[in-house]
Design a protein around this ligand. Structure first.
Ligand SMILES: Nc1nc2c([nH]c(=O)n2[C@H]2C[C@H](O)[C@@H](COP(=O)(O)OP(=O)(O)OP(=O)(O)O)O2)c(=O)[nH]1
Ligand SMILES: [Mg+2]
Length: 324
């Protein structure tokens, strides 16, 4: 069976809501909601196909889009490669040009709609931002909370609280303060034994590669019900993350980094190669910052994860002050 190449768009309105459409009953996966799009024609790029399909199906002209995620999925009757782009700007007023119902949906409400099975990672990608801030470990609790406040003001919406130098007790106290600060403004993922998760019902969890290996030994997906992420460094760890069905991963190190001077960098080409075979969203980490967002996206990643590179007030070694 030949894999059908499909271009689909996560179309964001000015208020952040996402446009979805209902597939006609008589089509493949009929009656389910979809991200608008359609088949890529021979010799056509995914970008051009998306522009053509969205003009046909919705009557809009896409003016700015970026690659978001690629998903290969095997249905019993059809194999698809969904080439999904995030549509950041368009002209025209979307309407169901083929009579299909449309809905503008807040990203966090997307899981309430019935989509084809291939869409799970796309929905996760649509809900996640392009930046994942990992907290620096060298600050006092007060400094850390002040820095996080600035980060929130600058639009950071996803945060991993990493503080390996703290005692368990100090980490847990700090975690409660960080969760309080970020309430309604950003998602917080904690690190540490998964048993702690019960004490922090509002937090997601970020598994270390060592935890990933331990949990994968049980051989079944973890049903967590909140964000579950994992750190990966190679193809094996990525396959463990896939088998546990974590929501997203962080792949590192892409470049040499101050925090892990001994680690051998993957480099961009190898990172892109690892991403190509992986279905869930991936943040790239290791010596990266805001300036690397476009390359991360072009390499197939959700975006960039960083400690220094996303911390407010950090100055790029090249001399350029970072702006969000
Ligand atoms: N557009 C779109 N297709 C999806 C999604 N999820 C998913 O599994 N698919 C599958 C269903 C179909 O098998 C295929 C898309 O084909 P399509 O029927 O939209 O193609 P098309 O617009 O070119 O329409 P046509 O050739 O049937 O006229 O991809 C999604 O979110 N959006
Ligand atoms: Mg279509």
């Amino acid at each position: 069976m030949k894999r059908v190449h499909v271009a689909a768009g996560v179309i964001r309105g000015a208020d952040g809501r996402v446009l979805i459409a209902k597939r006609p009953l008589d089509k493949h996966q009929g009656g389910l909601w979809e991200f608008p799009g359609g088949k890529v024609e021979d010799g056509e790029s995914a970008e051009a196909a998306l522009e053509r399909e969205l003009a046909e199906e919705l009557g809009i002209a896409v003016t700015r889009s970026r690659p978001l995620i690629q998903v290969r999925h095997d249905y019993p009757d059809k194999q698809v490669l969904l080439d999904v782009r995030e549509v950041l700007a368009f002209t025209g007023e979307p309407h169901g040009a083929e009579g299909q119902p449309l809905a503008w949906v807040a990203p966090e409400a997307l899981p309430d709609y019935r989509f084809p099975a291939a869409n799970r990672p796309i929905i996760t990608a649509a809900r996640l931002p392009d930046r994942y801030l990992i907290t620096p470990d060298e600050h006092s609790a007060d400094e850390l909370l002040r820095g996080l406040s600035s980060a929130l003001q600058q639009g950071i919406r996803l945060i991993q609280l990493r503080a390996p130098s703290l005692s368990d007790r100090a980490y847990r106290t700090l975690a409660a303060d960080v969760i309080e600060l970020c309430k309604g403004r950003a998602e917080v993922l904690l690190k540490g034994p998964l048993e702690w998760a019960a004490d922090f019902p509002e937090a997601g969890w970020h598994l270390s590669a060592a935890q990933l290996r331990q949990l994968a030994a049980s051989g079944r997906p973890i049903a967590f019900g909140r964000w579950l992420a994992a750190s990966c460094h190679d193809a094996l760890e990525m396959s463990l993350a896939a088998s546990l069905e974590v929501d997203f991963i962080v792949l590192s190190p892409v470049q040499a980094t101050v925090s892990h001077p001994d680690a051998v960098p993957l480099g961009w080409p190898r990172a892109a190669e690892l991403l190509a075979g992986f279905t869930q969203p991936v943040y790239l980490l290791g010596g990266l910052g805001m300036a690397d967002l476009a390359q991360a996206s072009d390499s197939g990643a959700q975006g960039v994860a960083a400690i220094r590179g996303l911390w407010p007030g950090w100055v790029d070694p090249s001399g350029a002050t970072r702006t969000i």
